[in-house]
Design a binder for this molecule. Structure first.
Ligand SMILES: Nc1ncnc2c1ncn2[C@@H]1O[C@H](COP(=O)(O)OP(=O)(O)OP(=O)(O)O)[C@@H](O)[C@H]1O
Ligand SMILES: [Mg+2]
Length: 651
């Protein structure tokens, strides 16, 4: 997903981005960065929701949505099939007419007409069938991506990206191939039936002789399949291995180089490439061995036909035309026999793929808007965690237990606690990335589960310590929440985040395209762009989860100063490890094992809470350069030394 794609719909925008004050009746879509009008062409079909049905039945609505194309393809395929069967018969009749010295013109004209009809109908059905297949692929991919977009964090925490990508690609391809190949296979089988019936009317025994080698074609087809399919899996797997290594080496190149691991990586890749080559050669080898056999078996059938047919012709039991027709049919008829084995395995594979696709589509989105959810409108920014109990998964440990905290409108509250104490979890619950197990999270008194998620995420902005930036321009990155933001708004946000200075020094300023995930920027620069991105939406509640960990203390102080100027009545929850940041907060909440141990000013906690001093000390947070709250810092440093000594004594 790239930002530029999102911005393409901008011209079609009909709904302007919401200003901070919105009327109560505004539809929820007003909080979406892009209105539905700018949407891409949505999938036309759907998957049948009944999980009890077979996979073809479940896929059927997707096929049915393409019924016109599919119907035309089938119709044309039928014409092609008739022409295919008729042409050898017409040739045979023509030859008989020549031998009987009767008028051959009718047959010649018929042959021409049939050839033209076959050419057109073959083109017609092939192109329609491909279009049909690719439409299905598009629909399945859209359905899958749409569904993935509704999934909540809990799903993505567990799922493996590689699995998702492979499902979106190879599984959809496998299903699509079968859906396109099945009509083709059906057509070939019908060719067989028609030609076989025609042959029987001419001479029963000769027919049996003509098709006598076809069972062998089938047997060898199955044998080839049995060799090829396991091998092609091996090739697939090894291709994936090579791809993974290459991908890892490119994304992890900094680690590889830092440890001088290039040679090791090259050797690993060479080993995998060799393994891939072995499998690929094996595949071609078996194909080279069996393909000539299978291609020439029908020729044996042809020879037998000529031999026995010759005898019959001498006795006057069949005509020469019939023999020629029969020998053409032998070639025509072997195709379905060759394909049958592959078709069977293709359908097994497609069934398995469909199962994997359904597995994703059938996973319900855990967190969705209630049907009667209201928009959060013009909030004051009162945040309340009301005796919240939460665990990430059913088997996981409790992360928050009876967590109770109130943040007043406009207040800056710092969350302090040891690593793993649940600080980031608190922030995630506020944005409703997860739902609480007990208790409630409230904004302005509304349970977040009663509000639309789009409106919550519009009014509550979060910046994390590892911001993800897109590979697009700095302007686009900052304007992500509001693609229609003007340059002035983007600049204002960048100034507040203390990013304007360094952006101005870049070659193209705000139009500089940043490298993948923002690697062309320093960690602190990335963080400041992420802060600007959040500020552009001017959220009433701002959560900074270690968001300034990568900038120095002076820059951080400037950011906080700018934040205060920008909106005095913004509620800010800041998760920080630095004393300099913590000292800026109105109040501090001390967390321990998912509970609020104490709430108070920095000074109060320093005096009354031994655990507070411990947390500040063990995390080694004292910042030498900090000139903010230097008194408290000294006492914290004293405490730190004390605790360290204690540990030494105890250990
Ligand atoms: N997505 C997740 N799935 C399951 N467990 C998680 C998940 N995220 C965090 N946890 C667990 O929840 C607990 C609290 O994690 P959290 O990230 O809230 O800690 P934190 O206070 O932010 O720590 P830090 O200061 O290191 O960032 C930890 O024990 C962690 O292992
Ligand atoms: Mg954290």
């Amino acid at each position: 997903m790239s930002l530029t794609e999102d911005r393409t719909g901008q011209d079609e925008r009909t709904v302007p981005a919401p200003p901070p004050g919105l009327d109560v009746d505004a539809p929820a879509t007003r909080y979406e960065p892009l209105p539905p009008a700018a949407e891409y062409h949505p999938p036309r079909g759907h998957i049948h929701p009944d999980t009890e049905l077979g996979w073809i039945r479940r896929m059927w609505p997707v096929v049915w949505a393409e019924k016109k194309r599919f119907g035309i393809a089938l119709g044309m395929a039928f014409i092609a099939l008739l022409a295919n069967v008729a042409i050898p018969a017409v040739v045979g009749e023509g030859i008989d007419a020549i031998r009987a010295q009767t008028d051959v013109r009718t047959w010649v004209i018929l042959l021409l007409v049939l050839s033209v009809a076959r050419a057109f109908s073959t083109y017609g059905y092939r192109s329609r069938l491909y279009k049909f297949a690719y439409s299905i692929e598009y629909d399945l991919r859209s359905l899958m991506f749409r569904h993935l977009a509704t999934m909540s964090h809990g799903f993505y925490d567990k799922v493996q990206t590689g699995q998702l990508v492979s499902r979106a690609n190879s599984d959809i391809r496998a299903v699509q191939m079968l859906l396109a190949f099945a009509p083709f296979m059906a057509m070939m089988s019908m060719t067989f039936v028609l030609a076989f019936a025609y042959m029987l009317t001419k001479h029963v025994l000769l027919t049996l002789v003509a098709i006598s080698t076809l069972p062998l074609v089938y047997v060898f087809g199955v044998k080839l399949r049995d060799i090829m399919f396991p091998l092609s899996w091996v090739v697939q797997g090894r291709l994936a291995e090579v791809a993974t290594t290459v991908e890892e080496n490119v994304t992890g190149v900094r680690v590889v180089k830092a440890f001088a691991g290039e040679q090791r990586q090259i050797q690993q890749l060479a080993r995998q490439a060799r393994r891939l080559r072995w499998a690929a050669v094996k595949v071609t080898d078996s194909r080279a061995r069996y393909a000539p056999l299978m291609e020439n078996l029908p020729r044996l059938g042809m020879a037998l036909t000529l031999l026995y047919g010759g005898y019959l012709a001498i006795d006057g039991k069949v005509t020469v035309g019939t023999i020629i027709t029969f020998s053409s049919y032998v070639l025509l008829l072997q195709a379905p026999f060759r394909m049958l084995g592959f078709f069977m395995i293709m359908s097994q594979r497609a069934a398995a793929s469909a199962g994997r696709i359904f597995e994703i589509l059938d996973t319900p989105a855990e967190i969705i808007d209630r049907p009667d959810a209201d928009d959060l409108v013009d909030p004051e920014g009162a945040v309340r965690f009301d005796h919240v109990t939460f665990r990430y998964g059913e088997d996981d440990q409790l992360v928050l237990e009876d967590f109770d905290l109130e943040v007043r409108p406009g207040e800056t509250m710092a969350l302090v606690g040891g690593t793993g104490s649940g600080k980031s979890t608190v922030a995630r619950l506020l944005l409703r990335f997860y739902d609480v197990d007990e208790g409630a999270v409230r904004i302005d008194g509304h349970d977040v589960r009663d509000l639309t998620m789009a409106s919550i995420r519009h009014h509550v902005g979060m910046v994390t310590d590892e911001p993800f930036l897109f590979s697009s321009s700095i302007h686009d990155n900052i304007a992500y929440a509001r693609p229609d933001a003007t340059r002035d708004e983007v600049v204002a946000a960048a100034k507040a985040a203390n990013a304007h200075g360094f952006i101005g020094e870049l070659a193209d300023g705000y139009d500089t395209v940043i490298g993948e995930r923002g690697y062309t920027l320093s960690g602190g620069q990335r963080q400041r762009i992420a802060i600007a991105r959040t500020l552009v939406a001017n959220p009433a509640v701002l959560v900074l989860d270690d968001a300034t960990s990568a900038v120095d203390v002076r820059v951080e102080a400037e950011i906080h100063e700018a934040l205060e100027h920008l909106s005095a009545d913004r509620t800010t929850i800041v998760i920080a490890h630095r004393l300099s940041t913590i000292a800026l907060a109105d109040r501090v909440a001390l967390l321990r094992h998912g509970k609020v141990l104490a709430v108070g000013t920095h000074q109060e906690l320093l005096v009354h809470e031994p655990h507070y001093r411990e947390v500040l000390a063990t995390a080694d947070l004292v910042d030498e350069e900090a000139d903010v709250g230097s008194v408290s810092e000294q006492s914290a440093r004293g405490a730190a030394e004390q605790t360290a000594q204690q540990h030494e004594v105890e250990g």
